[in-house]
Design a protein around this ligand. Structure first.
Ligand code: ADP
Length: 459
């Protein structure tokens, strides 16, 4: 119970004018500042209802959670910001604290490192010490103080050097093919031409003097199916699939990230034909001009060097795909020929594609006659990941019902409609608004042509 008279008066004022956002925000901040964490949490939640996208309020709520050791909830509160890229650096530090609380040291270190590289004033020595302290046997072999000058592109580790470094990425055999990806016919066709035909019909390519190679950057709103598509491309091609998350690459120690990256490329090269997939690539391939720390710029240079390969055949049979929700943060150097020279937009599904996705997601479930078009109609703005949530929820409810009845009861249209009503689409509208801000007046080169019709529409 709050017993501070000043706070009590503020709380009373807020109670009398519940829609006064500045007042509520002020109250929440005061409560947080004075350590009334549960009250602060409640106030931030109330403020968030008034201003759902306010990053300061989200940050306040997350901090209240972190200080109550509710780390998972803190991360959920920050998720809308984190998934967009370009979030304020102090949000990254907060996320690092929450991730550390969850025991995810790698991701915590990355978030922290990335945030401080963008704004050194958010550094938190105590947190940095906790991130560096765990039982890692490696010793930083380069002094942490980074040289002030811009590194030459030659500062990377030579890709030809044989490495015995282990990559933490794993090699998968994908059980999906393009038949498991609903809609996106144009996207599949683009990938087929770029990735599959050169390998399936090399004579044809050779006849035209074209060489296989170069990567594809998939971009679009979170959950639209970029990872699923990459995995399906590997299956379609009969290639191994190596997926790389940030935690596989980033390391607090200068130099280690470069070695991890090289080890990952080598892993893919040892398993050719292979699709090497980088998720959240904006964090690895950000604009060097945005990076204050030399170490991060070196990582970008290393990435460029690996993409180029030491010679023409270095990456033969290795198809590099990358996904990002924030393509506008990618350094233009990545878009040169032979690197990620093709940008492919993975759009949110239209009604027809939603019906097809639902059909795929329900394929192996006990089904009554289901009107997928009807479910597609009420799930405007839902992306693949949202639809998967709807199906999971409907299946869960049906399972309970079947257990009670003692026999399997098939899933019906009504079950899916009920589950859809209870769900909300994640972030397509917000993503489109962000995309509009970035690309509307920056499409001179035509790089965003595919995206233009989408951002010009009302969402
Ligand atoms: P992203 O990488 O763009 O964030 P994901 O590939 O992780 O999105 O998509 C989340 C889930 O949604 C996938 O695991 C898959 O089950 C489903 N999904 C998305 N798009 C499709 C699609 N076109 N066809 C079938 N399933 C899809």
């Amino acid at each position: 119970m709050v017993d501070d008279p000043g706070l009590k008066a503020l709380a009373e004022a807020a109670r009398l004018s519940p829609d006064n956002l500045p007042l509520r925000r002020h109250l929440a901040e005061q409560l947080l500042g004075k350590g009334y964490l549960a009250d602060a949490e409640a106030e931030f939640r109330a403020a968030l209802v008034l201003a759902p996208k306010d990053p300061d309020i989200m940050a306040g709520l997350a901090e209240a959670f972190v200080r109550q050791s509710s780390y998972g909830e803190a991360l959920s509160a920050l998720e809308p910001l984190l998934s967009e890229g370009g979030y304020p650096p102090r949000i990254g530090v907060l996320a690092a604290r929450a991730l550390l609380g969850e025991g995810d040291l790698h991701k915590a270190a990355f978030r922290y490192h990335e945030a401080v590289s963008r704004d050194p004033s958010v550094a938190d020595p105590e947190l940095a010490a906790r991130l560096a302290a765990p039982p890692v046997e490696r010793v930083p072999e380069t002094p942490a103080a980074a040289p002030a000058e811009e590194p030459e592109e030659a500062a990377y580790l030579a890709p030809s050097a044989v490495t015995h470094e282990q990559s933490t990425a794993e090699v998968e055999r994908s059980k999906f093919s393009f038949a498991d990806v609903a809609g996106m016919e144009d996207v599949k066709e683009a990938l087929r031409v770029k990735l599959l035909l050169p390998i399936q019909q090399p004579e044809l390519f050779a006849a035209f003097g074209k060489r296989a190679g170069g990567g594809v950057l998939l971009y679009g709103p979170p959950g639209a199916g970029k990872t699923h598509l990459a995995r399906a491309a590997a299956g379609e091609l009969g290639a191994a699939f190596v997926t790389v998350g940030l935690a596989d690459i980033l390391d607090m120690y200068v130099g280690s990230s470069e070695r991890n990256l090289r080890a990952t490329f080598d892993l893919a090269r040892r398993h050719r034909p292979c699709v090497l997939f980088f998720d959240e690539v904006d964090a690895l391939a950000g604009r060097r001009s945005d990076m204050r720390q030399t170490a991060n710029r070196q990582l970008v240079n290393q990435f460029l060097a690996e993409l180029d390969g030491v010679d023409q055949s270095a990456n033969e049979g290795v198809l590099v795909l990358a996904a990002t929700n924030a393509p506008w943060y990618i350094d233009v150097a990545f878009r040169r020929p032979g690197r990620f020279d093709q940008l492919v937009f993975v759009p949110p599904p239209d009604a027809e594609a939603r019906a097809a996705i639902l059909r795929i997601l329900c394929r192996d479930k006990p089904l009554a006659e289901v009107d997928f078009a009807a479910v597609a109609k009420v799930t405007e703005q839902f992306v693949g990941a949202d639809l998967k949530g709807v199906v999971d929820r409907a299946v869960e409810a049906k399972l309970q019902e079947s257990i009670r009845a003692g026999r399997p009861i098939p899933l019906s249209t009504r079950d899916l409609l009920t589950a859809a009503k209870a769900a909300r689409p994640t972030s397509v509208r917000e993503w489109m608004a962000t995309a509009r801000n970035y690309v509307m007046h920056a499409n001179e080169s035509g790089a965003w042509d595919e995206l233009m019709p989408y951002i010009q529409r009302k969402w």
